[in-house]
Write a protein that binds this ligand. Sequence first.
Ligand SMILES: NC(=O)c1ccc[n+]([C@@H]2O[C@H](COP(=O)([O-])OP(=O)(O)OC[C@H]3O[C@@H](n4cnc5c(N)ncnc54)[C@H](O)[C@@H]3O)[C@@H](O)[C@H]2O)c1
Length: 256
Amino acid sequence: MTSVGAAAGVDLTGRTAVVTGGGSGIGRACAIRLAQAGATVTVVDLDEAAATATAQQIGGTAYAADLTDARVLDELDLTGEIVVNNAGFQHIAPIEEFPPEKFTALLRLMVEAPFRLIQRSLPRMYAAGYGRIVNVSSAHGLRASPFKAGYVAAKHGLEGLSKVTALEGGPKGVTSNCINPGYVRTPLVEKQIAAQAKSRGIPESEVIDQVMLAESAVKRLVEPEEVAELAVYLCSEAAALINGTSLCMDGGWTAR
Ligand SMILES: NC(=O)c1ccc[n+]([C@@H]2O[C@H](COP(=O)([O-])OP(=O)(O)OC[C@H]3O[C@@H](n4cnc5c(N)ncnc54)[C@H](O)[C@@H]3O)[C@@H](O)[C@H]2O)c1
């Protein structure tokens, strides 16, 4: 099969990739794009049916797991030369009402699970002299918004993990970077619209323009395929010197 990736100059034939949260949204788009570039992809997701659907579409493998479960993380038997740490969720509440168990789950899913996957995969990457860790962070890895204490804290933690990984892995052919999208058109964002409207006391119709795109100079949501294209580029040889950085795809939000 001539892959789209090979045609575009990114050929990942023979590489093995793990994509968390690959059943939906950005993770699904990344899994599809990595497979198009020739990689063999394991799709990890809480939602078994969604993981299976993506895996079947791309000739990959589905792996159902709740990455907020400490025992699951202890037993996680997954490695790849490419790891896309993408699974995430959002919880919106003022700090004084923020459920501590949600805070813990956000940190476990978006910091500890990436740490465990990186820890397990590095020996394989070092042996290959090639590794790519793509951490799907957020504009909220670099900036804060009210009512998102768990998410913002976790994404900032992921940024730190990514930088340390970059410094340890760099000499051995392994890069680690964050991608920092603004609001992307996915189910995660669709779920937030109602919650944001409630927290801010504004109609749902105003949430996209007045809250989500308020700081972006480009007045549209990011598409998941745009994030996936950057993720695949980071996996290429051409991106070997992009390491330990955070690449914003936010329409200019963080330029402010
Ligand atoms: N959508 C956005 O606007 C946006 C912006 C910036 C960053 N992000 C980040 O992108 C990533 C993907 O978000 P998305 O918008 O595609 O969301 P999504 O809800 O469409 O997909 C997230 C996937 O993660 C899976 N998941 C959730 N909890 C899990 C768990 N405990 N264990 C395993 N899998 C789990 C879900 O089942 C789902 O398939 C997240 O880390 C999110 O923070 C999203």
